[in-house]
Design a protein around this ligand. Structure first.
Ligand code: KIV
Length: 263
């Protein structure tokens, strides 16, 4: 199993890091089989699994439930678990208690929290008690209402300066890596060069130290995907075709034939 030191070394050896967001046993098993470096049990499960519009309603118990299944599917893969909205923002004691539950109950290797300067003291505290933390800057979905929607961040000079400042502060506070979401490629490159810790991009160009995609997006489960998603297959179409075939064969009494029947 990889450790945070492997991710730091990967940056210095210029070896790209791969991370996939996924939420259950079978998909984690396939990620491990494919040699993916890191699985994120993202709070994107609110949208992907629960069909919500935002990640805000996702609870600590829900991420713990999913992370346990992911750990069973990928016993040898580094797993990061998202701390849901309001599970770390209230104060450091709450953050410690909730991150502690994630680590104890799921067997995860690290937690991820969104934000910059405003959460630096929480990062410091978690790292000081031995919990590795991944940061998340740029489009931080838990702040969707404050950001005015799911919009590319870091386009104005002011936003750029804030993202660069926050990245340095997070590194100083002890995060072992930072997700950069939906920011211009040039800015992601600048942040990546400034830091000793690896950056993992999503919608942030190809100059970050690694890339993350949501599994269900990259295998084409949903009809539409954002610009930054490459659809490596059209699993949604394949699944619907299989379901239609099953329905037809059952209706025509072709399934199950003798091949699939006990004598
Ligand atoms: O929740 C998630 O899956 C994420 C990634 C998209 C970075 O935060």
């Amino acid at each position: 199993m990889k450790t945070i030191l492997d991710f730091l070394n990967a940056k210095h050896e210029k070896k790209k890091i791969t991370m996939i967001s996924t939420y259950d046993y079978w998909s984690a098993m396939l990620c491990e089989r494919a040699g993916i470096d890191c699985i994120l049990v993202g709070d994107s499960l609110g949208m992907v699994i629960q069909g919500l519009d935002t990640t805000l309603p996702v609870t600590l118990d829900e991420v713990i439930y999913h992370a346990k299944a992911v750990r069973r599917g990928a016993p040898n893969t580094f797993i990061v678990v998202d701390m849901p909205f309001m599970s770390y923002q209230v104060n450091r004691d709450e953050a410690v208690k909730n991150a502690g539950r994630i680590m104890k109950e799921t067997g995860a290797n690290a937690v991820k929290i969104e934000g910059g300067e405003e959460i630096a003291d929480i990062v410091e505290k978690l790292v000081s008690i031995g919990i590795p933390v991944m940061g998340h800057l740029g489009l931080t979905p838990q702040s969707v209402h404050a950001l005015g929607g799911y919009r590319v961040q870091g386009k104005t000079e002011e936003e750029k300066k804030r993202i660069i400042k926050d990245a340095k502060i997070l590194e100083q506070a002890g995060v072992f890596s930072i997700v950069l979401e939906a920011i211009p490629s040039k800015l992601a490159e600048e942040v990546t060069e400034l830091l000793d810790i690896p950056t993992i991009g999503i919608g942030a160009g190809n100059k970050t130290d690694g890339q993350v995609l949501v599994l269900h997006d990259m295998i084409g489960i949903f009809d539409k995907s954002p610009k930054f998603v490459k659809r490596y297959m059209e699993a949604g179409v394949e699944i619907v075709n299989s379901l239609k075939k099953f329905k037809e064969e059952v209706e025509r009494e072709e399934f199950p034939n003798s091949e699939f029947t006990y004598e």
